[in-house]
Design a protein around this ligand. Structure first.
Ligand code: SD4
Length: 333
C-alpha cells in the first residue's frame, strides 16, 4: 500500500485505545494544577509515534507498525531504520558525515517499556545500529558496548559489514579539510539525529535514538545520543523524552532523564521540555551558538517539544495522521 493511502486508511480504521486519565500530577501552584489536570484528563488515542525533525517517512513507518499491533520498541526501531538506511541523510546511519579523520562512527541506544536498555558507541561499518543496541539489551548481560567490540558483536549477530562513507559524504569531508574548522551549525540542513518515542496499542512507551554525531568531530568523540538518560529516557509509568542538538550540553544536564523526572513531578511534556532547555540556557551564555531540542510524551499520550533556536520541527503520528509540528523556542531575540 502506498504510504499516503496507508495514512488515509489508518485514519478510517484506527482502533487504538484511549489512555490518559490515570496520570497523577503534583504541581505547586494551584492554578497550574488546574491547567495540568485539564490537560491530563483529555484522553489520547493510541498508537502515537513522535520523532525529531521532519523525518516524515520514518515516523509514518513507525505509525504503520504500531497500527498493525507491533510493540513500541520494535516500531521505533523500524521507524529510525528508515533514516539509518537513507544515504541522503548526512547525520544518521549510512551516508552520515565522518569524523575529522574520515571515519563514519555511529551511536545509538534503545529503551524499552520494562526499563531495559541497550546502547552502542562509536561503531563503524554497521548501518542499523539501533537494532544493534537492542541486541546488546537482549543478547548480552551489558547495557553499553563500544567501538570494535560492538562491531564484532554485530557480525556475530549476523549484521552485514557496510561502507558507511558515501561518495557525497567523502567529497564534503574533503572540502571541509581544505580549511578545517570545527563549528557545528545550528539546524544544519534541518535534518539531524533521529530520536523516536512510540506509544503502542497497549499504552506502553519505548524509544530509540540513532546518529552519526556531530560532523567532523574528534576521533572517538561520543555525544548524548547513545547515553541513556541524556539522549533518551523512558519510564513507562511516566513517559519518555529524547534529545537532538549539541550533545555535550545535553550530557551536562542529563536532559532526557530530567524531563521524565519533571513529568513525574507533575509537569506536562511541554513544560518539562521548556524547563530542560532553561537549565542549559540559564547557565551557558554561549547558547546562541548551538541548538538543543527535546521532544517528550507522557503516559496520558500528551506530547511536547522545546528548543533553543527557531527552526526545529518534529513529527507526530496519531489517529492515522502524520503531522509535522513547529516547535516553540527559547531565543526570541
Ligand atoms: C550528538 N546529539 O552527537 C548528537 C547530534 C545531534 O543535532 O543530534 N545533532 O551530539
Amino acid at each position: 500500500m502506498k504510504r499516503r493511502n496507508f495514512i488515509k486508511n489508518a485514519a478510517l480504521s484506527s482502533a487504538g485505545l484511549a489512555v490518559g486519565s490515570s496520570l497523577v500530577g503534583c504541581v505547586d501552584n494551584p492554578s497550574e494544577e488546574k491547567k495540568e489536570a485539564t490537560l491530563i484528563s483529555q484522553s489520547s488515542k493510541t498508537p502515537i509515534a513522535i520523532c525529531t525533525w521532519g523525518f516524515v517517512d520514518a515516523n509514518a513507518k513507525a505509525g504503520e507498525e504500531l497500527s498493525k499491533g507491533t510493540k513500541a520498541l520494535d516500531a521505533a526501531i523500524s521507524g529510525v531504520e528508515v533514516e539509518e538506511e537513507n544515504i541522503k541523510n548526512t547525520t544518521v546511519g549510512k551516508g552520515g558525515a565522518p569524523d575529522r579523520e574520515g571515519n563514519v562512527t555511529l551511536d545509538a541506544c534503545v529503551m524499552d517499556s520494562n526499563g531495559d536498555c541497550g546502547s552502542v558507541l562509536c561503531v563503524e561499518n554497521i548501518t542499523n545500529v539501533a537494532e544493534l543496541a537492542k541486541r546488546v539489551m537482549t543478547e548480552t548481560p551489558h547495557v553499553i558496548i563500544a567501538a570494535k567490540g560492538a562491531e564484532e558483536f554485530a557480525y556475530r549477530q549476523g549484521f552485514k559489514k557496510d561502507n558507511l562513507l558515501t561518495e557525497n559524504s567523502k567529497k564534503a569531508w574533503e572540502k571541509w579539510l581544505e580549511s578545517p574548522e570545527y563549528k557545528p551549525l545550528i539546524n544544519i540542513e534541518n535534518h539531524d539525529t533521529i530520536g523516536m518515542l512510540c506509544m503502542d496499542n497497549d499504552g506502553d512507551i519505548a524509544g530509540a535514538c540513532t546518529t552519526s554525531g556531530l560532523s567532523y568531530k574528534m576521533k572517538g568523540r561520543v555525544g548524548d545520543s547513545p547515553i541513556i538518560g541524556s539522549g533518551l529516557f523512558i519510564d513507562n509509568t511516566i513517559g519518555g523524552a529524547v534529545a537532538t542538538g549539541m550533545g555535550e550540553e545535553v550530557l551536562k544536564t542529563v536532559g532526557s532523564f530530567l524531563i521524565v523526572e519533571l513529568m513525574r513531578n507533575g509537569m506536562s511534556p511541554q513544560k518539562a521540555c521548556e524547563e530542560a532547555v532553561n537549565r542549559i540556557t540559564s547557565k551557558n551564555n554561549r547558547y546562541k551558538d548551538f541548538q538543543i531540542a527535546y521532544i517528550a510524551i507522557n503516559k496520558a499520550g500528551e506530547t511536547g517539544s522545546y528548543c533553543i533556536h527557531k527552526g526545529f520541527t518534529y513529527m507526530k503520528y496519531q489517529d492515522g495522521k502524520n503531522e509535522q509540528i513547529h516547535s516553540d523556542f527559547f531565543n526570541k531575540a
